[in-house]
Write a protein of this length. Structure first.
Lengths: 346, 346
């Protein structure tokens, strides 16, 4: 089959890869219908060392089940399914409490022995635990665009907002106008936040953010941006800050705009390990830091109905659709901020 | 009056200081009856640069109101009062929501213009907001020993446990067998924790910890201690970790024993600013980091009844009582771990 591999920073290619086959009795093989390029794919696009064998890319997809292992109970060939960006057995103590990204037997699509989703097909381990069947529509539905956000960005934005404890009437700041930041805006709005300050400097993106529910946009960065947020919030900062970038300056911005007693909820994958958490940053103001890889498997069934009935349209984050052969160019366009998020239609 | 000043690392002296007088109309002047030396006083005792003018020490006290400013409404001379380790106006938006340590007009006793509590008397700003009257007993009561813990260590341990969300049936680890750690054990027990693992290596202290409710003691440190905690908790770590030390190794221990999805609640004043919070420490496991300076003012009225009726006896953390002139020696004894916590009786 055809698949997208990365061989080093900036080096993305369409290659011939082995067809996916069943390995374990709990596997399914899925023909991919929609996939996409993630903001987090840009991290290796910037920094990956040269890797002659290449790495299979992509972790978000919708597909049709083609084959199932003998122990798969809830799916049959022909089912239209959404996959989370992490696979999980669905039965361990972490899965049972909804923390699917800490599944004892789970993992990520870029692990050795796995294949990525920017491909024609994929082997899915623990198919019953991992995949969610989409009822009532087929692979020709225009709803696929919005449903695809349930693979990662919508559930990740939702995780940011729920982990922060956003509730009705809240004031929330969202740092980052990428797809996850915009989904955090939508999620905060759905949870009843009254004031949503979106910090981002790409006009087309922040305009879309306003459509998703942002009430204020702060384009300024650094001291100026922080000053602006404080002005908007009576001087003491924001109770709930959703950090959807992952770079250190975004975290630093977060603790400088959060109100004493408030919460910073991170969902941007941190591109740093050490950062300030002492008296002057988190401790002195009793700031809570939370977040992590979103267990989106827990949210797919919860968020799907509002997509199926047209209440929300998170698919608007996709501003370009390509076929598999144009994915290398899609990476470049996203990296140059020409495209917000690129969908791959197969 | 006589007061204790620190002039540099290891240099604590009894000196003659000006008598406290009313400055603002919301002040009270309090004659101090009980004070104590705090584990956090040992931080400057180790590292304070030579300061010829000296710094007035102490932030925990019970006293008798001697004089009140014209705007003080809730207190009269003769009242027996407990003071939190921070003063606060009691009326600002942070005080109204219980976050007294972030009071807009509040502060700490070691700030310029203030005086410490290891002294015969003290000026208390915002007396109505800061002080809590103790009903029904006088300054000769033996209950004063336990009531003094409400100034800091008991409320701080309580803050650790409540911020962590400790509830009935929980498994909790407490890092640190100092007075705050032991009060965190007592608090976790009061909140219904079923299993309380106390990490500390001073036998007399951990024995006291068992009396306060610890069910397990782990004396080992580093990898060995972490391994032991994991063994005790089925391999995945502890849901609620209360960090009552403030040094970086204690924080590192915390994120290495916390279960994915769990909480680290810090109340030991961090002696570091940067620390690991990336994928490998907090983010990957969706760990929440919370805590800060305890708004003990919020807890005094809540925790006092169980002391007054004898249900709890947190005063057991005091294992030595001295007069003011012996306080320099008390610092040394606490620093050498000869004394757990020293009370000053005036």
């Amino acid at each position: 089959m055809k698949a997208i591999y990365m061989f080093g920073a900036g080096d993305v290619r369409l290659v011939d890869a082995p067809d996916p086959i069943l390995k374990d009795r709990t596997d399914a093989v899925v023909r991919i219908v929609r996939a996409c390029v993630c903001g987090s794919d840009l991290h290796p696009y910037h920094g990956m060392p040269s890797t002659p064998g290449g790495v299979s890319m992509g972790h978000e997809f919708i597909g049709v089940v083609e084959e199932i292992g003998s122990d798969v109970r809830t799916l049959v060939p022909g089912d239209l399914v959404i996959s989370p960006f992490a696979f999980s057995d669905g039965t361990c103590e972490f899965c049972r409490e909804g923390l699917y990204t800490s599944c004892i037997h789970g993992g990520f699509w870029d692990m050795p022995g796995m294949g990525g989703a920017q491909a024609e097909g994929i082997r899915v381990p623990f198919a019953d635990g991992t995949l969610v069947k989409v009822p009532g529509i087929d692979e020709t539905s225009p709803l696929l665009t919005s449903l695809l956000t349930l693979s990662d960005v919508y559930g990740t934005g939702w995780h940011a907002a729920t982990r922060a404890g956003v509730t009705a009437g809240d004031t929330v700041a969202v740092i980052g106008d990428g797809a996850v930041g915009l989904m955090a805006v939508l999620s905060a709005r759905q949870l009843g936040a009254e004031r949503i300050i979106l910090m981002g400097r790409h006009r087309a993106r922040t305009d879309l953010g306003r459509k998703f529910g942002a009430t204020d946009v702060v384009a300024e960065r650094g001291d100026e941006g922080i000053e602006k947020v404080r002005e908007l919030t009576g001087g003491h900062g924001v109770r709930k800050v959703l950090e959807a970038v992952g770079h250190l300056p975004a975290y630093e911005q977060a603790y400088r705009i959060v109100r004493p007693g408030g919460v910073i909820s991170r969902v941007g994958v941190p591109q740093y390990e050490d950062a300030p958490i002492g008296f002057g940053s988190l401790f002195g103001g009793n700031i809570t830091l939370t977040g992590g890889p979103a267990p989106v498997r827990a949210y797919i069934e919860q968020l799907m109905p509002a997509i199926l009935d047209g209440t929300v349209n998170p698919g608007k984050v996709f501003d370009r659709t390509v076929t598999l052969d144009a994915v290398p160019e899609a990476y470049r366009a996203m990296d140059d901020r020409e495209a917000l998020k690129v969908m791959i239609a197969l």
